[in-house]
Design a binder for this molecule. Sequence first.
Ligand code: FES
Length: 234
Amino acid sequence: MTEIRFTVDGRPCLAKPGQTIVEAAKANGVYIPVLCHYEGLKPAGSCRICTVRVAGRYMAACTQPVTEGMAVENTAPDLEDMRKSLIEMLFVEGNHFCPACEKSGNCELQALGYRYRMLAPRFPYLWPVRTVDAGTPLVLLDRNRCVQCLRCVRGVRAKDGRKIFASVRRGPRVAIEIDHKLAAKLTEEEARRAMDLCPVGAILRKETGFVRPIGRRKFDHTPIGADVEKGIGR
Ligand code: FES
C-alpha cells in the first residue's frame, strides 16, 4: 500500500490511503484537538474544534482525508485562538459546574479548557434553562452539560441497531432525547459505554458516583493530547 506524504506545521508525516487528517496526524505523534470525534464512529464534523488550515482553506481535520503533498497548519496562533474561543463558547452556552460534576477529571471539554488555558470566557454566560431526564433505569441525561457532539446518537444503539439517543429541534432549542423504551433494555455494560462515549458529564451511569476520586482521574495527571504527543499507546 503506497503511503501518502504530507506535513503538519512543516513536520513530514506519512498517511495510509483514506486516513483523515486527525487519524494520520495521531499516527505520526501529532495531536489535533477533537471533541465530537470518537475513534470507530462515523465522523460528524459538528464541533469544529479540529479545524486546521490547508492552502488557506479551513477544514475539519476529523472528516478531511489526507492527500499527497498536503501542508496542514495545526498550531498557528489564530487557529489555536479560534479553538479556544469555541471552547469558551461551549462553556457559556451550557451550564457547566466542574467541581460538582461526576465527569470532572474525565471530561474532555474541561481538559481542553485546561489545555487552552481558559480563564474567564470572552463571551457572556447564557445560563440556559435545561432539563434533566432521569426516566430510564440506568442512565441519567443532564442536558445542562450537553455539547451536541452527537457521539451518543451515533454510538449507542439497541440490539436491532435502532438509535437510543436522538437530536431534536434546531438552534438554541436543540436537545438530545432518549427513547425510554429502548433505553430500559440497556445492559450495565452498555450504560457504562454510553457514559464513556459522552465527552462531558451529560450522560451518567445512575447509582454510582465518585468511585475514583477527583485527582486520580484520566486527565488529572496526563493532560489531553499528551499521550498522542508522547507516542503512548501507538
Ligand atoms: Fe472535528 Fe468535531 S472533532 S468537527
